[in-house]
Write a protein that binds this ligand. Sequence first.
Ligand code: BGC
Length: 748
Amino acid sequence: MGMRAEDRAARADDPADRTASNRTASDPALYDQIVGAVRAGELDADEAADLLIARLTDAELLGMLDGDSPRRLLPFIPLLLGRRPFVAGEVPRLGIPGIRFSDGARGVVIGSSTAFPVTMARAATWNPALEAEVGHAIGLETRARGANYSASVCVNLLRHPAWGRAQECYGEDSVLTSRMGSAMTRGLRANVMACVKHFALNSMENERFEVDVSVDDHALHEVYLPHFKAVVDAGVDSVMTAYNSVRGEYMDVNAPLLTDVLRNEWGFSGFVTSDWVFGTHHAVASLRAGMDVEMPLRLLRARELPNALRSGVLERSTVLQSAHRILRTTVLHAATRDESEPGTEVVASPAHRDLARRVAAESIVLLKNELVGDAPLLPLDSSIRRLAVVGRLAARENIGDHGSSRVRPPSTVSPLDGLREALPDVEILTPSRSDARAAAGVAAEADIAVVVVGLDEHDEGESVINGGVEVGVLSGAFRSGPLRAPLVALAHLASQFVRGGDRSSIDLRPADVQLIRAVSAANPRTVVVLIGGSAIMVEAWRDRVPALLMAWYGGMEGGHALADVLTGAAEPSGRLPFVIPTDVRHLPAFDSTAKSVVYDDRWGQRKLDADGHSAAFPFGFGLGYTSIEHTLLDHRFDEAGGSARVSVRNTGDREGSIVVQLYAADLSLERPVSRLLGFQKVTVPAQAETVVEVALDAGPTLQRDPRTHQWSPRPGNWVVLAAQHSPSSWDGARPLRRTAVQDEALDD
Ligand code: BGC
């Protein structure tokens, strides 16, 4: 049975157990034997961790608390990340493998592997079951590459689409993020430990090392943290801290969040790691605050912990507590993961490519599809003979940013490749030059023109070298010595030249807008395909084109998936995981140079609702190729959540799918703000009808008392509505919490 931390500390420190021979004898089979005993139910994971700790020397114990790589590898991290797992706490003498890290969010970054659509694209599928399949595939490939720990679960909330790493998260909504992040976690855990990042409030890039986020308790617990809690409840093994500080404390030393909230309030029992290199600010204070592992090098802790422990500045019980969490989690996972060991044949296997293609197709959001003549422009009519394919991104590999989540697939399919393959009998016209005139020229000769524009790794992404790095972690000499100023200046200079970072504007590049105007003027049958990781403004030109799709960074099979959707072989069943406003000023302010920001409860669709602005395309929006109606039949709901039954009827003449979305709002407010409670994607054959059950989260309708930490219903006149995107009218909404009288009436 489990023991209290103090008892464990005492036992592991028992001199009887600490004989020199016991501590140094080589026993490389020990770890596997202990894992076997846990698997067989002969030991529990706490006992297993204690047994291992009793065999560790002090140096090995401290070695658990940081990465194993020497600091001289710092400049080579980006290169090495693509070559091998980064290991922390390996003890070959006892067969302890340590935590063996791999990123990332759209596939395995080690070697050449399956590149799935980016996280934001997968959010647009609104399909957690599919996300669990992606998690399972990434877990298998991660394990096949020799890692046992994957940082693929990124659940920071999209506060503003200009965030450079927007593509790595699941959008602006907490319920959608919770469901998708939990599904990814469950999928990964069949093979590897899952790490969720970046805890917490990390949604700016350029100043990520320095920015301090102010937030009140209401916004913190009710807006920015619920999805982290959901992923913890889903069993995530590890949490990675963010680089930024919150309420004046860097996250690695932020005891209120790491200990009071994460462990005491939520009951998280896994281990916490730092974000890399510049994410650890104090060797001892971070350990005390609850950050267990400094990743990925032997930097601050290797330098300071041995003396601190020897001199008594650092209590042994703190060291033992962290070592216990790490070993307990690692052993438990090894004892419960799938037993069969995948070989490298799983990496970029035909099954995973096929999955990548299905996900990419399901992620594509059809934003507009107007009649041209007597039929909508899409899907492409089989009678077309000539198709113009133009735009800067039509023929390029463009599968996401070049930061730490970069995946290198063995091959990729561009939009042009995909269309050529799907339409062998159609003449595909491409311009001979890259200017708008040449594109308009080929468009004029074609039946239909497809314009592929948007963003790439130069416009947005993780900024690997940032200005505000804390150079003191590299060496004591850089803390205050004469070398500090030149090194900081060098880092700032370097940051000017690297790719990625926050977007300076959420518009398309002017040349792309010019291209859309020229092509649509030359051929009214123009389809615009947008590529990017979050919202792109469309207001300046959307009236000029009859068809518009958001196709994201669609992964290695993105071009096939796009062709599947354009030709109608697949339904465009994606829905927006964020709002696209008509004016960027309808979003919160975004200053990529800010050193301090306030995060409140006004962002995304909710801010537009509260301020009375209509969207260009609301949160949850997306069209299909058939028409589907839905009706809320009944629902039940209380403080623990509930469910709704919705009937869905396909009135069209082809199979199609919708995402049934349930929203709640407080109608006592002058401008009700819609909150997603639950959703369910469903495919319905032509002319058929079905009933779906939708699980409802209570969270968005609750409030947390900052004093007692208790959650209770938020007062107000709450109603619920079934919809196909965030609603602008609450006509037909029903009371969310039914009274006993209403219940009786319904039962009769
Ligand atoms: C990123 C993390 C990533 C880590 C290791 C950091 O710079 O912020 O998201 O997991 O590098 O690749």
